[in-house]
Design a protein around this ligand. Structure first.
Ligand code: NAD
Ligand code: DAU
Length: 353
């Protein structure tokens, strides 16, 4: 028995692979293109571990996927690979359409061919789990209830539109062909190995470097934060107990405005790595808002709790402290990730804001 994971060198995928192999000996075949967001350093601890096979490749490459399926005969696929950053999708949506839509289509088609040829028992047990986002539901007003699985799709950015399209493909492959799929729509993750284009790692790294902390607009946009290993445990739970064809919303029951997140990080950094120049709060800078910026996301995670018994293990207080401590303890990872390509992105996104 083995599973194929796509995008397992990215932030959530690498945490998932590490957690998976901590919990079981079932081998993982990890297919990742190693875009700017893929980082093999995240998987350093698995070097020479025979349970982990890394394959550099593209989910749009049908021949490669066919070959992996025939060779490894997985009992499940967990699909993380995606272009994942909203700001990048605004600067250049093309890669998002290709990887998120065409890539998911290619994976579904290859999986369908493989699955249809399985023996009855293996066919019934097989799962394709699609990792998606709460952003497909659009934005909420302050008084709106949280997103439920029954909410209409209303994606607002090129990123969320491409993820919404991929969710629809996954749904259709179940409805039409009977492929045993499950989908999770999760809120904002944070934790170790988070690429520093995203809010939390960007703020930690900028603060430590004495650079400004760029708050888009008024900073009152709300997100629902979940510690990454809780997302991984939710996916493991869905894989083990989820019903084919079902969608599960995953969230942390932790809605917070961005400005409060930044103040929390500042409080922790002032305690754990104080600056001689005084509180990091001096670095807060309000910059031009993100075009089309969604005001509020919030997840109603009652279905996965009711049906599968999953709840997050971390509170925001425990998770965010662990995260700041992780970044402080992994300065080499932090140093290595800030390559020329990363600096180019920082210039592109922030120079004219
Ligand atoms: P990430 O950007 O950190 O990692 C994406 C990974 O996919 C990288 O390793 C990259 O190299 C790989 N990849 C990209 N294009 C590829 C291709 N064509 N073929 C093979 N590999 C490719 O993303 P993440 O934050 O870890 O997100 C993982 C998944 O979870 C995505 O599907 C995302 O939409 C979803 N998600 C993310 C969050 C979040 O807060 N980060 C929340 C909910 C859902
Ligand atoms: O909700 C789930 C989604 O969360 C995932 O699907 C995406 O892959 C993931 O990137 C994340 O999307 P966001 O756009 O919410 O995350 P990001 O970290 O980019 O931004 C979080 C909030 O912080 C958002 O309101 C924009 C704001 N922000 C972000 C950056 C990078 C700032 O104010 N300043 C910044 O410099």
């Amino acid at each position: 028995m083995s599973i194929i994971v796509t995008g397992g060198a990215g932030f959530i995928g690498s945490n998932f692979v590490l957690e998976w192999l901590r919990a079981s000996d079932e081998p993982v075949i990890n297919l990742d293109k190693l875009t700017y967001a893929g980082n093999l350093e995240n998987l350093d601890s698995l070097q020479n571990d025979p349970r982990h096979t890394f394959v550099r490749g593209d989910i749009c490459d049908r021949a490669l996927i066919d070959q992996l399926l025939v060779t490894h005969k997985p009992r499940a696929i967990v699909h993380f690979a995606a272009e994942s950053h909203v700001d990048r999708s605004i600067h250049g949506p093309g890669d998002f359409m290709r990887t998120n839509i065409e890539g998911t289509f290619t994976l579904l088609e290859a999986t369908r061919g493989y699955w249809q040829a399985l023996e009855a028992d293996a066919k019934a047990a097989f799962r394709f789990h699609h990792v998606s986002t709460d952003e497909v539901y659009g934005t909420l007003k302050p008084e709106d209830p949280q997103f439920a699985e029954t909410n209409a799709y209303a994606p607002n950015s090129p990123y969320s539109a491409s993820k919404a399209a991929s969710d629809h493909l996954v749904r259709a492959w179940h409805h039409t062909y009977g492929l045993p799929v499950t989908t999770s729509n999760c809120s904002n993750n944070y934790g170790p190995y988070h690429f520093p284009e995203k809010l939390i790692p960007l703020m930690i790294m900028n603060a430590l470097a004495g650079k400004s902390l760029p708050i888009y607009g008024d900073g009152m946009q709300v997100r629902d934060w979940l510690y990454v290993t809780d997302h991984c445990s939710a996916i493991r739970t869905i894989l083990a107990k989820g019903r084919p064809g079902e969608v599960y919303n995953v969230g942390g029951w932790n809605e917070m405005p961005n400005i409060d997140i930044v103040h929390t990080l500042i409080r922790l950094l002032d305690e754990l790595a104080p600056s001689k120049e005084g509180s990091y709060a001096r670095l807060i800078t309000h910059v031009t808002d993100r075009p089309g910026h969604d005001r509020r996301y919030a997840i109603d995670a009652r279905k996965i709790e009711r049906e599968l018994g999953w709840r997050p293990a971390e509170t925001f207080e425990t998770g965010i402290r662990k995260t700041v401590e992780w970044y402080l303890a992994h300065q080499e990872w932090v140093h290595n990730i800030q390559t020329g390509a990363y600096q180019e992105w920082v210039n592109k996104n922030y120079a004219s804001r």
